[in-house]
Design a protein around this ligand. Structure first.
Ligand code: FMN
Length: 390
């Protein structure tokens, strides 16, 4: 089997490059660590650390895990953006990074309710900042208040199974009851949910999302930003415990073992990302063709607080979809703010009568697919900037 043929089979947006002797020694791809998905370590007593061990499982752009915690007194802490974990090429205003702050706060709040605590969240307690800056100021101060009679949020049951499912879907449509459930829920959210599933709309979105991927990969700096978060083998996953690899795109078993050991090589892929880009476009075409329902969350305003709050909505949407047996997968390329993308973004908004002044914060496909391996997570202690002082 030649390399080009092989990559077609794995369906991955990665250049297949020369055999790397360093990769031959890799494991067969079976994950030895649970990377946090079995819940907090039993030895953790501090309620803050216990809840943070759930929050780190939140959806976040490119699995950067852009969170930093400063512990305060015994029941409170501040959440900051980790400024060493940004995506400046594809997320130039750190809008998605702030959505990821919201997902973190929502998972934390849900987990708190299941442990008998109310998480009081004070947004930007020392002041906010504009979309053109990223100040060293906390995004939120969280205070945990014990509350014996707090109702347990039923979405807690899905925190350890939730995922972003990047597989092919089966083109099934949501039932009218499923659509009503999602739309009823969205009446109480800060972002406005739109569900799209007519034939004409599907056809437009498939073509447009593929075109958006084509635009995204036409730039080496953007490609390198994504490749930097791609984990080429199990050794990289264990080393970094962030990002995503073949298994997280649904490539498993023998194909994964073969690809990781004989075909994938970081150095050559970074030197020439052309094949990476081509395969990313093919993948966008394939997965959108397998999808019949698309959805987005829109806000009228786009301040930092709006980004954080819609992140909380998105986290609940992902958990709710899990509870309903649905897979969801964000496809953010057309929403991104770099100059090459703006004409297509304007055309997309116009096509669906979305006011140009509104912000589509998340665009997802929705459907049915078997679950995947979970993306890795770092140790919760690595989020905490002052852990030794406490
Ligand atoms: C703001 C935001 C944007 C995202 N955009 C994309 C995207 O464009 N493509 C994609 O495959 N996944 C996207 N994701 C999903 C992340 O890749 C995913 O959450 C992360 O890798 C962690 O994996 P998990 O959600 O399965 O735990 C996005 C997630 C968030 C929160």
């Amino acid at each position: 089997m030649d390399r080009r043929h092989f990559i077609k089979i794995t369906g991955m947006g990665l250049a297949l490059t020369t055999l790397s002797s360093s990769l031959i020694a890799c494991s067969d791809g079976a994950t030895k660590l649970d990377y946090g998905w079995n819940g907090p370590d039993q030895s953790i007593q501090d309620i803050r650390l216990k809840l943070l061990a759930y929050a780190i499982l939140s959806p976040n752009p490119h699995n950067k895990q852009p969170w930093q915690i400063r512990l305060l007194d015994q029941n409170s802490f501040d959440l900051y953006v980790d400024q060493t974990r940004l995506l400046p090429e594809t997320d130039p205003y750190a809008r998605q990074i702030h959505i990821g702050q919201g997902t973190f706060l929502e998972t934390l709040s849900i987990a708190a309710s299941a442990h008998g605590y109310q998480a009081n969240i004070d947004y930007f307690p020392l002041g906010s900042y504009s979309n053109l800056t990223l100040a060293e100021l906390p995004v939120a101060r969280v205070t945990l208040l014990p509350q014996a009679n707090i109702s347990r949020d039923p979405l807690f049951d899905y925190v350890l199974t939730r995922q972003s499912n990047k597989r092919n879907y089966d083109n099934s449509l949501l039932s009218p009851a499923q659509k009503s459930q999602l739309l009823d829920w969205s009446k109480s959210t800060s972002g406005q949910l739109t569900l799209i599933d007519t034939d004409a709309e599907q056809a437009y979105l498939r073509q447009m999302l593929t075109q958006a991927m084509q635009l995204e990969v036409g730039n080496k700096a953007r490609d390198l930003e994504t490749i930097a978060m791609f984990r080429f083998n199990e050794a990289e996953i264990q080393q970094y415990r962030d990002g995503f690899g073949l298994a997280h795109n649904g490539v498993t078993g023998f194909k994964k073992m073969l690809a990781e050991n004989f075909f994938l090589d970081r150095a050559s892929t970074e030197r020439d990302p052309t094949e990476f880009g081509k395969q990313s476009v093919d993948m966008a075409q394939r997965i959108t063709a397998s999808t019949s329902t698309f959805a987005w969350l829109t806000t009228q305003h786009n301040e930092r607080i709006d980004q954080v709050k819609v992140g909380r909505d998105y986290c609940r949407l992902n958990l709710m979809a899990t509870a309903m047996g649905l897979a969801i997968h964000p496809m953010s390329q057309v929403l991104q703010e770099y100059a090459d993308m703006l004409p297509l973004q304007r055309e997309f908004k116009q096509r669906f009568n979305i006011p140009q002044s509104n912000t589509v914060q998340m665009l997802i496909r929705v459907g049915k697919a078997p679950s995947l391996s979970h993306t890795p997570r770092r140790e919760v202690s690595s989020l905490i900037s002052n852990i030794r002082a406490c």
